[in-house]
Write a protein that binds this ligand. Structure first.
Ligand code: UFG
Length: 339
């Protein structure tokens, strides 16, 4: 069974391609390489022994997208990762985010309908919940006004999908990710941010490696036990495996309604300082950090209620925080040593 993975050379995409191949799916990757590298395809092949088919183009290009579907009429589904994802950048360049993230989705949905590709898994985010009133957050929690154009593209995309599914034979699953971190155990693929990282884990590993001088911890005056914000960090390999479970649910006709939404988290929340401590314990290194003021737009605390995903997808995140931070460090070292 052949799956199109858009953004398959990116962080979550590449890990998902590996898991799909290891479960016997054939994969074709489409990626514009805006924020990733072609070598990722070779590294996937080193892990799985199979080189996924790869085409480089921008999914906002209608003609190229239609031509792709014309040539790939044997697809059973699409996993759509390709998107811009930097929260701050989206505040500075809203049109870039709306155009890229939404045009690509609409081109995909249009062609899936035309060419009879029945299933799509969409990368959504826990950002749709904002600061939830009740923790842990289940899928039925209300959607809050988006904090950024990036977050808004995820909300609007879910609505576009819901409206499309309503009037077409398409089936869709939106997966709302909490905070994916870590890397494949091989050290061959992992998170590779462009420039200075926005996210916590790459900033920690780059500081430990000596690329960044000091990690800034954004605020310790939150209403949490140690004052730093709490997130539900999930190992990217666990996250990738949930995509395989979602695809199997679709192709196995097990969906209970044509558009389903699942939280992908562990159900455990950790503070920023707890993550730093776990990294130091797992690696034996000291992270040079200092507490600074809050970062605008950060929420105080969020973690998932993964009950519905666990029960319906038959999937559970099993890798703990120590494994997450150790694998992130393994990847950082492996990647830097190959430069
Ligand atoms: N943090 C620091 N210093 C840093 C980076 C992060 O203290 O240099 C803190 C943040 O303040 C936050 C925590 O680490 O408390 C996690 O921050 P990340 O940037 O790693 O993750 P976020 O929870 O802010 O963002 C993630 C995704 C976004 C998504 C958002 C939804 O990266 O794509 O969750 O809440 F929109």
């Amino acid at each position: 069974m052949k799956i199109l993975v858009t953004g398959g050379t990116g962080y979550i995409g590449s890990h998902t391609v590996v898991e799909l191949q290891q479960e016997g799916f054939e994969v074709v990757v489409v990626d514009a390489l805006f924020n990733s590298r072609r070598e990722v395809i070779d590294n996937i092949a080193k892990i799985t022994g199979q080189k996924p088919e790869f085409e480089q183009f921008d999914l906002t290009d209608q003609a190229k997208t239609a031509d792709f579907f014309q040539r790939h009429q044997d697809l059973v589904g699409v996993i759509h990762f390709a998107a811009h994802k930097a929260v701050n950048d989206s505040v500075q360049h809203p049109i870039k985010y709306y155009r890229n993230n939404l045009d690509s989705l609409m081109n995909l949905l249009d062609n899936m309908e035309t060419f009879g590709v029945p299933n799509i898994v969409f990368s959504s985010s826990c950002t749709v919940y904002g600061q939830a009133d009740q923790l842990p957050v289940s899928e039925s929690a209300p959607i809050k006004k988006a904090e950024s154009p990036y977050g808004n593209t995820k909300q609007i995309a879910e609505e576009i999908i819901a409206d499309t599914v309503h009037v077409t034979p398409l089936h869709a699953i939106a997966l709302r990710y909490f905070n994916p971190i870590g890397a494949h155990e091989s050290g061959l693929i992992g998170e590779l941010p462009n420039g200075v990282p926005d996210n916590l884990l790459p900033y920690i590993t780059q500081t430990a490696y000596g690329i960044r001088e000091q990690l800034k911890v954004f605020g310790n005056d939150y209403n949490t036990p140690d004052g730093t914000p709490i997130r539900d960090y999930i190992h990217v390999v666990d996250l990738a495996k949930a995509h395989v479970a979602a695809v199997k649910r679709m192709v196995g006709n097990q969906m209970k309604k044509p558009f389903e939404v699942f939280n992908l988290g562990t159900g455990n929340g950790y503070s920023v300082l707890e993550v730093i401590k776990a990294f130091e314990k797992a690696t034996g290194l000291k992270v040079n950090y200092k507490i600074v003021g809050r970062r605008e737009g950060d929420i105080e605390q969020i973690w998932a209620d993964p009950t519905f995903s666990n029960e319906e997808l038959g999937w559970k995140a099993v890798r703990n925080l120590d494994e997450m931070v150790a694998s992130a460090w393994h990847w950082e070292q492996h990647y830097r040593n190959t430069l």
